[in-house]
Design a protein around this ligand. Structure first.
Ligand code: PEP
Ligand code: MG
Length: 867
């Protein structure tokens, strides 16, 4: 069975009915006023996509369902007498994909039906408006005619009539629009069928096909939704918010989707249909304004909101329509929200007794927490904003204004921060929205496309900036005489809805009470430790602020750069001479101070110092530059001798430590000096030393002897045993495969998953993403970028082998991960399952990792208890 009436009362599975379909069935069973209809299941979509045709029996089921709808409503679909039954047809996948496909409205209209509609409503104006809307939506959605072709006609008619709003056009204008729309579709694609059944058939097929459309695929890629789910189709009796001024349509949320505050939030548009609200073409009224116009409907709506929120135990997003004296609820789903709102709603709902702490921890998308770490505007911006709009998606952003999505993508790919500026956005802008650091529109409220999509992406957005006149063709926007040209820097604040015509330095984010509360709950569930990758006292302080248990990776490269570069160069060029020795001594003192500052910032928490890793020549000048500058030929030759063809596979990591032992010795000595200094100051330094890029146990063994030597000397000088664990980075496949041998000299393992991914795939870290990974992702060669999400089957297998064998050889071996994957929720889940002890990530991702680690632990508990 493919077709399920909303009223059939079975289990409302989102897998089968899609999110919208399941919501409609559930609302119907709650007794809410839902226009009747039915859902064609995702099974039917999958069958269509597999076979290229509607599956056997589906159409007969649809015909029967329409028949039941006629009986229930007393209206007739297609030819016949009496009130006409018009339908809306819309897609609805398991996960909501805003803007994936627009709705076909008023399906079933033909000329005779229009006359019957006029008779039923007593309003010819409305009937022709419904007629033209059908052609417009069918033309766009089913036939793929560009929406602009229809908009141009409407603009022409409005201008001729001197009105700003379609509802002010005359009946004759609307009939003319309908006729011209019919001509446009016939010319651009094919005529709209005069048979309502054929219309319905084509609309159903169009929904199925839309699943594989460009914008749907790109949405799924961005939001990591599986391509194999398919979409359901919802066919529902039309109700008319555009019947007259006492009717209208709106969208509401049971709590504020931007802040999470427990007050209903919504937009209402009188005399309009749903698409008008979402498109943001006209400015909407608030729920308070609805209350003053229609107190009865408002009260009823509040009741429905309360009912739905208690039912779903979550914030709901509801579409409703007022048709004269009746309130209809068109659909509901768990509402999209910003990360700030998600955290607030989850913690508030625990306080309200709606959900428990475990549920709250699961409710918040871990990745989205980075949104909370968005910068904000400083409190003391002196000048008033250039313009104000709707605060649609929080956070502030500064960047170059661009007026189309393609250019936004191009500039962003070239490393520029861009703000996408549009009158309004459409699903065709999705790639530009994903590339932009901020979105600014002149139209639309908090439920407009721009707002919904920006919140989903966690990108700051200001919408409905009425004073902003955007001229995308001329590539300028004008506000009160101030012109923003393409490339000009603007700053937007999606928290307050303000826009500034210059770059403003933003303030770094702080934790909120709610976030701290949620993360404290998460800490009680997680088994994985969470450390930070931090090299400076400033990063270390941030790591502590975000709740890191320690530093999992302190890269020491920066200690060799900047002012110190000449000293380092002297060291390399005169390795065995007096200049080299003097340079080493100087470097030791400088590094000791660096290490002491780091240990102080992390007092009482472990700090893993990684010995120098990058290729040596990175510290040397470019020989071509030297030649041009007329340097001595023997100096140039010496520098040239250090150049490598494949530096990433060359003299770096532990190899450097064995070829230039004094460099590692000096680093170790400096770190031990720092420990001594901290002990003298009464601190609690927890130094650990890590050796990078080990490929053979013998490499580690030799370096280890040297390090132990230094620790013994430092202990003797201190008159006490210094306990400094020494470990190996596992970042070459060979190290992973010989973990048993490596564990003999390693107290801990730290998986350098960046290098391990590079070397397992043979993909250059520096070049692959730019050269071909994007392409691979677009073409589906790769489902995920392995530098972002750890590849379970290959790299992950190496991690598992090394963890099991390392821990077998040395039962107390501590194993962690410190590549970029340490901050990625899905990779964190893998680390939990693989039995690692901790993950280490950049400081702002520490909250993400704490939450993801808890979710992994809860997920595991749930799956074992259900076995
Ligand atoms: C790694 O390779 O994963 C790692 C953490 O080291 P780096 O990125 O410094 O090479
Ligand atoms: Mg590495």
């Amino acid at each position: 069975m493919y077709v399920h009436d909303f009223s059939s009362g079975g289990t409302a599975s989102k897998d089968l009915l899609g999110g919208k379909g399941a919501g409609l069935a559930e609302m119907t069973s709650l007794g809410l006023p839902v226009p009747p209809g039915f859902t064609i299941s995702t099974d039917a979509c999958r069958a269509y996509l597999a076979g290229g045709d509607l599956p056997d029996g589906l159409w007969e089921e649809v015909e029967a369902a329409v028949g039941r709808l006629e009986t229930r409503t007393g209206r007739h679909f297609g030819e016949g007498a009496g009130p006409p039954l018009l339908l809306s047809v819309r897609s609805g996948a398991k996960f909501s994909m805003p803007g994936m496909m627009d709705t076909v409205l008023n399906l079933g209209i033909t000329d005779p039906v229009t006359a019957r509609l006029a008779a039923w409503s007593g309003d010819e104006h409305f009937a022709w408006d419904a007629h033209r809307r059908f052609f417009q939506t069918y033309g766009k959605v089913v036939l793929g005619v560009p929406g602009d072709s229809f908009e141009e006609v409407l603009t022409e008619l409005r201008d001729a009539r001197g009105v700003a709003d379609d509802s002010k056009l005359t009946t004759g204008d609307l009939e003319a629009a309908a006729r011209r729309f019919a001509a446009i579709t016939a010319e651009a694609a094919e005529p709209v069928p005069a048979d309502p059944w054929e219309q319905l058939y084509a609309a159903v097929v169009a929904v199925f096909r839309s699943w594989n459309g460009r914008r749907a695929r790109s949405y799924r890629r961005i939001h990591r939704i599986s391509d194999s789910l398919g979409t359901a189709v919802n066919v529902q009796m039309m109700v008319f918010g555009d019947l007259d001024d006492s009717s209208g349509t709106g969208v509401c949320f049971t709590r504020d989707p931007a802040t999470g505050e427990a007050v209903p939030y919504g937009d209402y548009l009188p005399n309009a249909q749903g698409e008008d609200v979402v498109a943001g073409i006209r400015n909407t009224l608030t729920l308070d304004e609805l209350a003053s116009r229609h107190p009865g409907h408002h009260a009823h709506l509040l009741k429905v909101m309360g009912r739905l929120e208690r039912h779903y135990r979550d914030m709901c997003d509801i579409e409703f329509t007022v048709e004269r004296d009746k309130l209809w609820i068109l659909q509901t789903r768990v509402g999209k929200r910003t990360a700030r709102a998600a955290v607030r709603i989850a913690t508030n709902m625990v306080a309200e007794g709606l959900i428990d702490q475990r549920e709250a921890v699961l409710r918040v998308d871990a990745d989205s927490l980075v949104q909370l770490l968005h910068p904000s505007l400083p409190k003391d911006v002196a000048e008033p904003p250039l313009a104000r709009g709707v605060p649609a998606s929080p956070g502030a952003a500064a960047g170059a204004a661009v007026f189309d999505a393609d250019l936004a993508e191009t500039w962003a790919a070239a490393g520029r921060r861009v703000i996408l500026v549009r009158a309004e956005t459409t699903p065709d802008d999705i790639h530009g929205m994903a590339a932009a650091v901020g979105i600014l529109t002149s139209h639309g409220g908090k439920t407009s496309h721009a707002a919904v999509v920006a919140r989903g992406m966690g990108t700051p957005a200001v919408t409905g900036t009425a004073a902003l006149a955007v001229d995308a063709e001329a590539r300028v926007a004008v506000v009160d005489g101030h012109t923003i040209a393409e490339g000009d820097i603007v700053t937007i604040d999606g928290t307050s809805g303000t826009v500034y015509g210059r770059a403003i330095e933003l303030v770094e984010p702080e934790a909120t009470v709610e976030l701290d509360e949620l993360l404290a709950w998460a800490d009680a569930y997680r088994r994985l430790g969470v450390r930070a990758n931090a090299d400076t006292p400033r990063d270390a302080a941030a790591a502590v602020r975000w709740g890191a248990d320690g530093i999992g990776l302190a890269r020491t490269e920066h200690m060799f750069l900047g002012d110190r570069l000449p000293v380092v160069q002297q060291l390399i060029m005169d390795a065995d001479g007096p200049g080299g020795r003097a340079a080493l001594e100087e470097l030791r003192k400088l590094q000791a101070a660096d290490f002491a500052a780091l240990l102080e910032a992390m007092d009482g928490r472990s700090v893993i110092v990684r010995l120098l890793d990058p290729p040596l020549h990175e510290f040397l000048p470019d020989p071509h530059d030297l030649e041009r500058e007329g340097a001595a030929p023997d100096y140039v030759a010496k520098v040239e001798a250090w150049q490598e063809t494949n530096p990433m596979l060359g003299l770096r990591g532990v190899r450097l430590g064995l070829v230039f032992p004094d460099i590692y010795r000096t680093q170790v000595r400096a770190a031990l000096d720092a420990v001594q200094a901290r002990l003298d100051a009464g601190g609690d330094p927890r130094l650990e030393i890590m050796v990078p890029l080990v490929a053979d146990a013998e490499e580690l063994h030799r370096v280890r002897l040297m390090i132990d030597d230094e620790i013994a000397a430092a202990s003797a000088a201190a008159g006490r045993d210094l306990d400094v664990p020494v470990g190996a980075m596992i970042e070459t496949p060979r190290a992973a495969l010989t973990a048993r041998e490596i564990a003999r000299d390693a107290t801990f393992f730290s998986f350098g998953s960046n290098d391990l991914t590079q070397m397992t795939y043979g993909f250059s870290r520096d070049d692959a993403e730019e050269r071909f990974i994007r392409r691979y992702l677009d073409d589906g060669v790769l489902a995920r970028n392995p530098f972002e999400t750890l590849d379970r089957n290959g790299v992950g297998r190496l991690v598992r082998i090394a963890t099991v064998e390392g821990k077998t050889a040395r039962p107390r071996l501590v194993a962690g991960i410190c590549g970029e994957h340490g901050g990625d929720p899905e990779s964190i889940r893998f680390c939990h399952e693989a039995g690692l002890d901790y993950v280490s990530c950049s400081p702002p991702r520490v909250p993400v990792a704490r939450l993801a680690a808890a979710q992994a632990a809860i997920g595991e508990a749930a799956s074992t208890s259900s076995v």
